[in-house]
Design a protein. Structure first.
Lengths: 348, 381
């Protein structure tokens, strides 16, 4: 990066920290943006330095989604708040079947937050956005006093374009449809728990945080008539299925034996009294499609790295109560209810 | 999961269910009280009731520590945090238990009280070490099972000279509660044919303290593990005792429970705690010798003595049937508040809070059955 005459002393990324002037709108903020944010987030629309990004949208229906990220801890096995903020919003856009185009990012920084940590987070964000091919094209930074935030909060907004002929919505599940998941449940939540400072257990579990738009693109190319897609984040699979059942006015019948859960995740949940069905994911999706398309869809998903462990877990049924019911691995039957209360706060 | 999946085996469950169905006499009832909330949870989570013949019914007992804690103790804990500005540390389930005036620890926290959720007593000690200028109080609850960790924490604090750590002690003892339930059993109380006895409690105190159930009250006991196959095997053992006219304390959970229990832990508890002359249980009233307080040698670490509080008499919620449900006299669906407005999202009674509470288990795992569908699993057997 070329040196900027306005800032004779470079930002100290080793020992420096965010102070109130970094949110002032003045010279210090310009330096933070120039020397830290734009060092990593270098899309031409962002470098241009306007308060907005100007572009011509491609033809078609557009979707837009926004997501705030307040995860604690900021760095965890398999990711950090930066990569999560990119993946989370790309996935929310992609669950409509859309091809995500651009991201916007808003940062709320706490006074005293180490600049080195901020640089790590922004670098990770840039890597995730580059890998996904979805650039951050506009952003905003604010600073709050020490004690009024928790390091850094990031809000990302994404837009995308839905291909012709695709209509994916949570209210389209029909009795007879088949329910699929793209891989093992609960990895993200357990990875976060393992790093929480008040939980001293070590596990090899990594967060599954990943951008799912390419998997979605292959899925809709093979089966354009997918009825529902949703990423089971907070509240886990159980909550997502209840949401879809409620929106569509149907019931769901799933089989516990068919739901992929890693042995380590199952063991950690057992120890902590958690149910993996309620633990958050950040790189998985739930799909609902017509029965005659299900085999084709699951085969397609198996062909993609992020869907290699995809499985058919049940089916949509008629039920005026809109209950999600499960045949347990033990041979009994039970209802799978919405998550009550807060199982794990600040998981994303 | 090795050593877990074996106790949740579908084929074994089917065989056990067939044996129970074959051996249970159709002409009589088998009303079995599972004492522990852990059993209640397993019965619902795995759908065990629906693998049983219709004349074998599980009656849910009071063995959920969160459920039996009287409202006055939650009021007391909130007063500790608000009147003395201490850092109050507690297990997660307690956060949502309703207190008087529709308060809870969760609401007190939102209003600014320093209340923290912890997973282990070691977390509390760490918080006390890291905040030497704060008084840190551990809200200790639980049956015999959870007393040794509290005892160890007290001993560690004493050894380290941690002066800002204290314990608000609410540990309770199971035999006294069982005695109360059995002495009120009969036409006006709960009707019981057998008891699935507490097993994690028994790893500590052994199976011997339950002999009085068989000897005084003529009710057979099987100390039962918490996995679904444990529960089913224990039910079969009770069916056989009843069919053969036996009345004994049997131990199904032999992989962890002995007659004597854990002597070392018992000695530790004797050293650190003393038995309270009486203690209030939600639903059961004031029971003699039913709870622990800190021993005199640890009185200086007793939060009740260190921080005197003023609280008004607790105000129970009108219409809440938790007391009768805890005695096994009523089922959750007998309560007018059940499901509307009392749900796990908006608990009005303690039994709707913990996953071991009968109301929460009914609601979360079985509410559809109460209103509509017949059990599906049973029809497949």
């Amino acid at each position: 990066m070329t040196s900027d005459r306005r800032f004779p002393v470079r930002l100290d990324l080793e020992k420096g920290a965010v102070d109130m002037s970094h949110g002032s709108g003045g010279r210090a903020m310009a330096q933070l943006i120039g020397e830290l944010f734009q060092r990593y987030l270098d899309h031409e629309l962002l470098i241009l330095g306007n308060d907005q990004a100007l572009f011509t949208p491609p033809p078609g229906r557009m979707v837009m989604s926004t997501d705030g990220h307040v995860i604690s801890p900021l760095f965890f096995p398999g990711g950090d708040i930066g990569s999560l903020a990119v993946h989370g919003t790309i996935n929310d856009v992609a669950m409509s079947g859309a091809r995500p185009l651009y991201l916007a990012a808003g940062f709320i920084l706490e006074e005293g937050f180490p600049l080195g940590d901020l640089a790590r987070i922004v670098a990770s964000m840039a890597r995730a956005a580059n890998a996904a091919g979805v650039p951050v094209v506009t952003g905003d930074t604010k600073v709050v006093e020490r004690g009024k935030g928790d390091g850094v909060f990031i809000t990302t907004t994404g837009i995308g374009v839905v291909p012709e002929g695709i209509l994916i919505s949570g209210d389209r599940a029909e009795p007879g449809d088949v329910i699929l998941v793209s891989g093992s449940m609960g990895d993200h939540g357990v990875a976060i728990l393992s790093k929480r400072e008040n939980l001293g257990f070590e596990t090899e579990i990594r967060s599954d945080s990943a951008a799912l738009h390419e998997l979605v693109a292959t899925m809709i190319a093979a089966v354009p008539d997918i009825h529902c897609l949703r990423d089971p984040t907070r509240g886990g699979l159980a909550t997502t299925l209840n949401e879809l059942a409620h929106q569509s006015g149907v019931g769901m019948q799933i089989r516990e034996d068919a739901i992929p859960v890693r042995a380590e995740v199952a063991a950690a949940c057992e120890l902590l009294g958690l149910d993996p069905l309620y633990v958050a994911n950040e790189g998985k999706l739930v799909a609902v499609c017509p029965r005659d398309q299900a085999e084709r869809l699951v085969e397609t998903m198996h062909g993609h790295a992020l869907g290699a462990e995809s499985a058919i877990i049940g089916e949509v049924v008629e039920d005026p109560h809109r209950f999600v019911q499960m045949e347990t691995g033990f041979g009994g039957s039970r209802i799978v209810d919405w998550l009550a209360g807060e199982q794990l706060p600040r998981i994303c | 999961m090795k050593y877990i999946d074996e106790f949740r085996d579908k084929a074994l469950a089917r065989r056990l269910a067939e044996t129970i169905a074959a051996e249970a006499h159709p002409g009589r009832d088998y009303r079995l009280m599972e004492f522990c909330g852990g059993h209640t949870h397993a019965i619902f989570r795995y759908g065990v009731q629906h693998l049983m013949p219709p004349n074998l019914r599980f009656i849910h007992g009071p063995g959920c520590p969160v459920c039996v804690l009287p409202m006055a103790r939650i009021d007391h804990a909130i007063a500790l945090a608000t009147q003395h500005d201490v850092t109050l540390c507690t297990y997660g389930d307690l956060m949502r238990v309703p207190a008087s005036e529709r308060k809870s620890l969760l609401k007190a926290k939102a209003e600014g009280a320093d209340i923290r959720m912890i997973y282990s007593t070691q977390d509390v000690l760490r918080i006390a070490r890291e905040n030497p200028d704060r008084q840190v109080v551990f809200f200790a609850i639980g049956f015999e099972t959870t007393t040794p960790p509290t005892a160890v924490a007290l001993k560690s604090a004493r050894a380290e000279g941690l002066t800002n750590f204290s314990v608000f002690c609410n540990h309770v003892l199971t035999p006294s509660a069982l005695q109360t339930i059995l002495s009120t059993a009969g036409p006006d109380g709960v009707q019981l044919d057998g008891i699935l006895g507490p097993s994690h409690v028994s790893t500590l105190i052994g199976s011997r303290p339950y002999r009085f159930v068989a000897e005084q009250f003529g009710v057979p006991v099987v100390i039962a593990g918490f996995e679904p196959l444990d529960v089913m095997q224990s039910a079969l053992m009770l069916v056989r005792q009843l069919n053969e006219g036996r009345c004994e304390v049997e131990n199904q959970y032999t992989r962890a429970v002995s007659e004597e229990g854990n002597r070392k832990a018992q000695a530790l508890i004797d050293e650190v705690f003393r038995i309270r002359p009486e203690f209030e249980w939600r639903g059961l009233g004031f029971l003699p010798n039913s709870a622990l307080a800190l021993a005199d040698a640890y009185a200086d670490l007793d939060a009740e003595q260190r921080f005197p509080v003023e609280i008004a008499p607790a105000k129970e919620i009108k219409g809440c049937e938790c007391p009768a449900i805890l005695r096994g006299v009523k089922t959750p669906t007998d309560c007018k508040l059940f499901g509307k407005p009392c749900t796990p999202d908006n608990p009005m009674g303690s039994c709707m809070v913990s996953s071991e509470g009968a109301c929460a288990a009914y609601w979360s795992y079985g509410r559809f059955r109460a209103s509509s569908a017949q059990p599906q699993a049973a029809s497949r057997l």
